[in-house]
Each structure stands twice: as structure tokens, then as C-alpha cells.
Design a binder for this molecule. Structure first.
Ligand SMILES: Cc1cc2nc3c(=O)[nH]c(=O)nc-3n(C[C@H](O)[C@H](O)[C@H](O)COP(=O)(O)OP(=O)(O)OC[C@H]3O[C@@H](n4cnc5c(N)ncnc54)[C@H](O)[C@@H]3O)c2cc1C
Length: 409
């Protein structure tokens, strides 16, 4: 099992009692089996279940115990790759279609979160995407025009505009409206519980260690405990774990990232409308607030796959992040309370891996690589549902595993 995070996570302390789901203890049959119970697997399971597909979700550990519990819960329509760059890579029509789909996916996440009976910390927020340097300004202005041309709800703020709303000055920024924040752990647990109440079958502590195809075309999954699950369709929502797929189907780079959460701040009044904040530098610094007034800040990605073990070294990264936070918001007082390191995956062309296995019938992948994994998961849930039903989906060619944009990277 891959170690996905180290350190002291914040989200688990916000969880009340956790519902447990029993492991598989007998052979089973289903229409769809989803392997992985993180953000991706759970959103897919939820959407499939609501669409009438009989589904079993199989999780090796606990629901949301993987990368999802290290996620910072920012839900934005802008991706790590600017729209103007994506247009050069895959053409205007497809790039615009993807960005609009991301906007729509944030809206679907809003409807989904608001339909749950528990408050999962979902709140609509705008984002400030600032130019890290003067050199980044022309590109940022171009991106603003491109986003506007795509019909997205954006403004451009000058350095003075920024200084009017925040205690810092930056050369310029795009403000995007229609983004959101969520507590990822509460959200995924809330979704799993709601779907289980309406018929989704979930098994935790169920490690899938074998997968073959029977002569009639059915798929047979084998658990580490020796049970079998027969499924017409199998979805891999295994996060950053598919070692054997990488290099073949999955062209991605894994790195490690760092996050800290402060104590509750006495005064967040100069944090304009609790915006989500990020920047044009790569790797980028990103930050948000929590409902109880903490600050979550992440970044400092390093090209090393394993999360950092040394507590002392992790704390050095946190102090660096904290220093950058204090430069932006000098008045903040509350100290660091939580800090962690986590593996982070990015595809080489900036797009997620969503779609059918090109060589294995009725096997699919839902791998939302990149900083927008949750938004991609919502897109994936609808796209894969359509493929399973035999319907078409407009984004299939853009995010499929054997897409053209991956052939050249
Ligand atoms: C520090 C950090 C911050 C991030 N911030 C954001 C953010 O603000 N917004 C955003 O949208 N995205 C963010 N992301 C990305 C996002 O976290 C991921 O895209 C998303 O959580 C991944 O969810 P997942 O379900 O794909 O993976 P995971 O949560 O890792 O779930 C995969 C699950 O599959 C299970 N599994 C694997 N193999 C098997 C097997 N053989 N049998 C059974 N189960 C198996 C694992 O146990 C695991 O629970 C961030 C990522 C990191 C690291």
C-alpha cells in the first residue's frame, strides 16, 4: 500500500462519529464495481447510484482515508494549466468545453453538497489569482481576456484594486466568481452515507488484488481475503496508486506538497469575502480560510514522490509557508496547529485521466490528477455513467487515456 500522506491532518478532527462499512465476506455480483473510496470513487458511486446503476464501492482502507483526507478543499473552475495555454495545446473548442465543464461541475458539487443532511462546509467563494511577478502580468491579462471570451464570470483587478481589498499589493489579479470551498472529509463521508442509505453497497477494508475477465466478458475481482466480485463494468478510482499503469496508460509525474493549518484567527476582516487565493508562480502558493476561522495554506511542491517523514523537516516547510502567509497578512496571530506532507500527481498535459481502457472492454479510469481533482471527479462521474450506459459524452475525446495530447509528452 502506498503511503500518501505524513504528519498531522486537520480534517479528521472535524469529523464526528464515522460510519463503518463491513469488508466483503462473501462472493458478490454487481453491474458496476468501483475500486477506491476517495473523492473520485465516492462521487462516481453517488452519481451512479442516483442514476439507477447497481454499484459496489470497494475500499482497501477507510472511505476518504487516502489523498482525499490531505486535500485542501478548494473547488475552482480554473485549472493548473491556464485556458490560453490549453487552447494552444488542444484547440479552442475543446479547451473552452473543458473549462465550461469545470464551471458546471462546481455548480453540480454545490447542488450535491447542499442536498446532504449534514453541513459539509461547502460555501461559494470567489478566487483571487494574482500575478506573482510583474513579468507574469501580460500573460495574466491574456488569460483574463480568454476566460471572458469563454463566457466565464471574471474580473481583472489592478494592483490598486488588490490593495483596496487585501493588506497586500500584487501587480494584478484575475478574480473568478462561482468557485467554492468544502471540507473534503466531511463531504466524502456525507456522500458515502447518503448513497449507502439509498442502496449503494460499500465495503471498507477490502483490498482488490486480482482482476481478470471471464469467457463471457464479465469481470472478476479478487479480494485479499479470497472473495470474488463479478461485475459487468469496473471503474478504477485508485488515486495516485496505479504503479503498474503509470508509464503505460497514465503519463503523470508525482511530487510531494506541503500544507499547514493555523489556529483560529481572532480577526479575518481584512481577508476580503474569504476569497480563495492562489498565484501564477509554479509551484504555486494557495490558501483559504475555514468556517471556524483558520487558514489553510499549501504549496512548496518538491519533485519527490514520497511524503516527507522527518517531523523537523516538515516543520521547516511549514515555517516557510507561514512566513509567506505573514508577508501577505501581517496582522495574523494564530500559530501553526496542523501540518502535513502529501503525494500529489499531475498529468503531463494538465488534463485528468477519465475514460475507458483502450484495450480492456468495460474497464474505466477516474483519475483526477492535478489541483482540480474534485471538480474533475464530478465531470468523471457523469462521463463514465454515460459511457457505461452506452451514451455519448462531449468531453470523452478530450480526457480519454489515449488522447492525442499525451502522445507528444
Ligand atoms: C496537498 C493536496 C492538496 C490538494 N488540494 C486540492 C484542492 O484544493 N482541490 C481539489 O480539487 N483537489 C485537490 N487535491 C487533489 C485531490 O486531493 C485529488 O485529486 C483527490 O483527492 C484524489 O481523490 P481520489 O479519490 O482520486 O484519491 P484517494 O483519495 O487517494 O482515493 C483512492 C482510494 O483508492 C483506494 N485504493 C487504491 N487501490 C486500491 C485497491 N487495489 N483496492 C481497494 N482500494 C484501493 C485507496 O485506499 C484510496 O482510499 C489536492 C491534493 C493534495 C495532495
Amino acid at each position: 500500500m502506498k503511503e500518501l500522506h505524513t504528519g498531522n491532518l486537520y480534517w479528521p478532527v472535524t469529523l464526528g462519529s464515522i460510519r463503518e462499512f463491513a469488508p466483503v465476506r462473501q462472493n458478490k455480483k454487481t453491474q458496476v464495481a468501483i475500486i477506491g473510496g476517495g473523492m473520485s470513487g465516492t462521487i462516481c458511486s453517488y452519481v451512479f447510484n442516483r442514476s439507477g446503476l447497481s454499484t459496489i464501492m470497494l475500499e482497501r482502507g477507510q472511505v476518504a482515508g487516502g489523498t482525499t483526507s490531505a486535500d485542501t478543499g478548494m473547488l475552482q473552475f480554473s485549472n493548473d494549466f491556464m485556458l490560453c495555454d490549453l487552447i494552444e495545446q488542444i484547440g479552442e473548442r475543446d479547451a473552452q468545453a473543458l473549462y465550461r465543464a469545470c464551471r458546471d461541475a462546481v455548480n453540480m458539487l454545490a447542488i450535491t453538497a447542499n442536498s446532504l443532511t449534514v453541513d459539509v462546509g461547502f460555501r461559494r467563494r470567489s478566487s483571487l489569482y494574482y500575478a506573482s511577478t510583474e513579468q507574469d502580468l501580460p500573460k495574466l491579462k491574456k488569460e483574463y481576456e480568454t476566460l471572458k471570451g469563454c463566457g466565464l464570470d471574471v474580473e481583472f483587478w489592478s494592483a490598486d484594486d488588490i490593495a483596496k481589498h487585501f493588506p497586500f499589493r500584487k501587480p494584478g489579479a484575475i478574480v473568478t466568481h462561482g468557485d467554492a470551498e468544502v471540507n473534503p472529509l466531511l463531504f466524502v463521508n456525507g456522500l458515502a452515507n447518503a448513497a449507502a442509505d439509498s442502496g449503494l453497497v460499500i465495503h471498507e477494508q477490502t483490498d482488490i488484488v486480482g482482476h481478470d475477465t471471464l469467457p463471457g466478458g464479465l469481470h472478476r475481482l479478487r479480494t485479499a481475503d479470497g472473495y470474488e466480485i463479478e461485475a459487468e463494468h469496473v471503474v478504477y478510482a485508485v488515486g495516485y496508486e496505479p504503479e503498474e499503469l503509470r508509464g503505460k496508460l497514465i503519463k503523470a509525474e508525482l511530487s510531494r506538497s506541503f500544507v499547514l493549518v493555523t489556529g483560529v484567527q481572532q480577526n479575518l476582516l481584512n481577508w476580503h469575502e474569504r476569497f480563495l487565493i492562489w498565484e501564477t508562480a509554479r509551484p504555486y502558493l494557495y490558501m483559504r480560510t475555514t468556517l471556524d476561522g483558520r487558514i489553510v495554506i499549501g504549496g512548496l511542491d518538491e519533485k519527490i514522490e514520497q511524503p516527507l517523514h522527518s517531523e523537523q523537516e516538515r516543520h521547516k516547510r511549514s515555517e516557510n509557508l507561514y512566513g509567506q502567509l505573514k508577508e501577505l497578512f501581517p496582522g495574523l496571530q494564530a500559530p501553526i496547529e496542523f501540518e502535513w506532507s502529501a503525494t500529489f500527481g499531475e498529468s503531463r498535459d494538465g488534463l485528468p485521466f477519465i475514460g475507458a481502457d483502450p484495450a480492456w472492454k468495460n474497464v474505466y479510469y477516474c483519475l483526477g490528477y492535478g489541483g482540480n481533482g474534485s471538480v474533475y471527479s464530478m465531470i468523471a462521474a457523469h462521463l463514465l455513467r454515460d459511457l457505461i450506459r452506452g451514451d455519448e459524452h462531449p468531453l470523452t475525446g478530450i480526457v480519454k487515456l489515449d488522447r492525442k495530447s499525451l502522445a507528444t509528452v
